[in-house]
Design a protein around this ligand. Structure first.
Ligand code: PMP
Length: 434
């Protein structure tokens, strides 16, 4: 038994050492290295398993994709069937892609036409290039706390330190100064500041891009008047309004969160949940805008793997499941059970915390409400936030132990999973105290 323990215990270590030798930092995405001693080798339904075989209830969910649960059998089967027929699209239209585009146009209010690519960053890049092309203007407005991907125009001001809020805060070396200078960063939910910028330099602004719910800082709910105001101002100043629904698309409804709010942008970007783990992103919107991107049009849009058959088939399977009337009801009930349960616990122990979330998303901030913009979240007790999550991980509940990260529930989570997680939260919060 001793030998067996020794071999299994060394598996994570071996993987980590090999990865670190050949991959910078051992990971291919900057956000991944948070628990260097955990390597996950299997994911199934609501669970992930580390290299030693220990099971965790997964709420990190790889930043959101597995909305139906990991390795969902129906999704995997449809993807495999598609791949057995045609493995990659080399030329011309493809059948499943046309079907998926139609489905998205039927469900998403702003979608008259759709283009497919592989990641959220590609979709927001294309949306902003298109906005610049059709307006002939260069500047964009984004909001503090929103993340839109790794490219130069948007990689700034997400989780900024207090002294960088209100200034541009680029997150990488090597970004083009021109790209940084052409991005104006404003506080979320603050329509007056947007109005003021547009009054002064409206004729230079090509696009306003936002996460309708800034989930990259947890969950900050938008005021309806803010989003409606952005819609009105964008129309008045001929600015392209872009809703980045990379997280909220499909997760909060097949029509995205724009359908919940009843406000329609000019362009919408989606990714993550739309193919339940397969790499797929979509740029949807007004036909007169998207038509600039057709072959021979003035805006270039391309990608060898765009609309990959496996991902497209996976997305069609996801839509079939989400169209079943019970799907969102189940997902939202689980989310509510989790949030209500957490609220009861923090009340019981008198903990200075706020439960936030929407639908299947939840998290606990260690601070008082109200939370209306990123700046409010500077009051979050980061040490407690991370300590809480590290203690949960020890108890087999995986929430990413990084400041302000949201949690996701999937359709594979059960009431029993939620209740087991609440029991762990109860024990940890009692220990942590107020
Ligand atoms: N937009 C939002 C709202 C996101 O959350 C993300 C990813 N976290 C992106 C864009 C970028 O997507 P990707 O990582 O697929 O490039």
């Amino acid at each position: 038994k001793g030998t067996l323990m020794a071999t299994t215990a060394s598996r994570s270590q071996q993987i980590i050492e090999q990865a670190q030798r050949y991959i910078p930092g051992g990971v291919s995405s900057a956000n991944r290295l948070v628990e260097p001693n955990l390597v996950f080798t299997r994911a199934q339904g609501a669970y992930i398993f580390d290299a030693e075989g220990k099971r965790y209830i997964d709420y990190h969910a790889a930043f959101g994709p597995p909305l139906l649960g990991h390795c969902h059998p129906e999704v995997q089967q449809r993807a495999a069937e598609a791949m057995a027929s045609i493995d990659v699209i080399g030329v011309g239209s493809s059948e499943l892609e046309a079907q998926l585009a139609q489905k998205i146009c039927e469900h998403v209010p702003s979608a008259e036409k759709v283009l497919f690519c592989n990641s959220g960053s590609e979709a927001t890049y294309a949306a902003l290039r298109l906005a610049r092309a059709v307006t002939g203007r260069q500047k964009i407005i984004k909001f503090q706390g929103c993340y839109h991907g790794w490219h130069d125009a948007v990689l700034m001001n997400v989780i900024s330190p207090a002294d960088k809020v209100g200034q541009r805060d680029p997150l990488s070396a090597g970004m083009l100064p021109q790209a940084i200078e052409n991005t104006l960063v404003l506080p979320f939910n603050d329509l007056d500041s947007v109005r003021q910028v547009l009054e002064e330099q409206g004729s230079e602004i090509s696009a306003i891009i936002l996460e309708l719910i800034p989930h990259n800082i947890g969950t900050v709910l938008p005021h309806l008047e803010f989003v409606q105001g952005l819609r009105d101002l964008s129309s008045r100043y001929n600015v392209v309004l872009i809703f980045d629904e990379v997280v909220t698309g499909f997760r909060h409804g097949l029509g995205g969160y724009q359908a919940v709010l009843g406000v329609t942008p000019d362009l919408t970007t989606m990714a993550k949940s739309i193919a339940n783990g397969f790499p797929l992103a979509a740029l949807a919107g007004r036909a007169d805008l998207l038509d600039h991107c057709k072959p021979g049009g003035d805006v270039f849009f391309a990608g060898t793997f765009n609309a990959h058959p496996a991902s497209v088939a996976a997305s069609l399977a996801v839509i079939d499941i989400l169209e079943r009337p019970e799907s969102y009801a189940t997902l939202f009930d689980l989310g509510k059970r989790m949030r209500d349960g957490l609220r009861a616990i923090i009340q019981r122990y008198g903990i200075n915390a706020t439960v936030a979330g929407f639908g299947s998303v939840f998290l606990l901030y260690f601070m008082e409400s109200p939370i209306e913009k990123y700046e409010d979240l500077l009051r979050n007790d980061v040490e407690k936030f991370v300590a809480y999550r590290r203690a949960l991980i020890k108890r087999g509940i995986y929430e990413l132990p990084v400041n302000l990260k949201r949690n996701h529930i999937s359709l594979s989570h059960t009431v029993a999973d939620i209740d087991e997680s609440l029991e762990a939260a109860d024990a940890v919060l009692q220990e942590l105290g107020s």
